[in-house]
Design a protein around this ligand. Structure first.
Ligand code: DX5
Ligand code: ZN
Length: 220
């Protein structure tokens, strides 16, 4: 069964602590925090101060999804603020090997994110340097976009390469995840479903998290 990582991009920013606590109590496995700088993507969201502010509201592992240029300049601040897993984009301008090593040297888990138009094999030279792979199923920048099913074959391809390299790590998928697309993603091999709108706009958050966790389970 996949794990569930609500993306607080869809939470109420005026009551973020309360919403983080709600998502935690709803049975989530992680919290996914979308960091955007208005340069790498055309939107601006949260920074390390936000991570620090919400840290007391949950004991769940925090995933900081950095959609920013020069992430290497900010990994320490996100680590110090309480991020457990730090995700950087393969497309961002950086010395990727040094950035990934820097995250691990801080005692945090490193993850690498791959945008929809980017070939998945761009991640292959780094599989041994990361603890998680993030396959984007929307072009990053905004919540509430439609899932792009054409990215799904990347999951099996990455898993085959991980096996060949002897370095199996979980694959997270992010963008447009609902019970329907979550099912497709889980059947395609996704281990962690990041979902913003579907979780935070649900009438019953616990039920929504439960439906996502049941994704891929045989209903036939
Ligand atoms: C997209 C973000 C996603 C987004 C997901 O740029 O990285 O994490 O918040 O939101 P939904 O689930 O609404 O597509
Ligand atoms: Zn994200």
């Amino acid at each position: 069964m996949p794990k569930v990582a609500p993306s607080i991009l869809a939470a109420d920013f005026a009551a973020l602590g309360r919403d983080v606590a709600r998502a935690t109590e709803a049975g989530s496995d992680f919290l996914h925090i979308d960091v955007m700088d208005g340069v790498f993507v055309n939107n601006i969201t949260m920074g390390p101060g936000t991570v620090k502010g919400i840290r007391p509201y949950s004991k769940l592992p925090f995933i900081a999804h950095l959609m920013i240029t020069h992430p290497e300049r900010h990994i320490k601040a996100f680590s110090d603020a309480g991020s457990d897993i730090i995700e950087v984009h393969v497309e961002a301008e950086q010395d990727l090997k040094a950035t990934l090593r820097g995250i691990r040297d801080l005692g945090r888990k490193a993850a690498l994110a791959v945008n929809p138009p980017t070939p998945i094999d761009r991640a292959y030279p780094h599989l041994r340097e990361i603890d998680m792979l993030l396959v984007m199923s929307v072009n990053p920048g905004w919540g509430g976009q439609s899932f792009m099913p054409e990215v799904l074959p990347k999951i099996a391809a990455a898993k085959a390469e991980m096996k060949a390299q002897g370095s199996p790590i979980p694959v997270e998928i992010d963008g447009g995840i609902t019970d329907v697309t979550g099912d497709l993603a889980a059947r395609a091999g996704a281990d962690i479903l990041a979902a913003g709108t579907y979780v935070f706009k649900a009438k019953d958050m616990r039920a929504a998290v439960g439906r996502l966790r049941a994704s891929g389970s045989s209903k036939d």
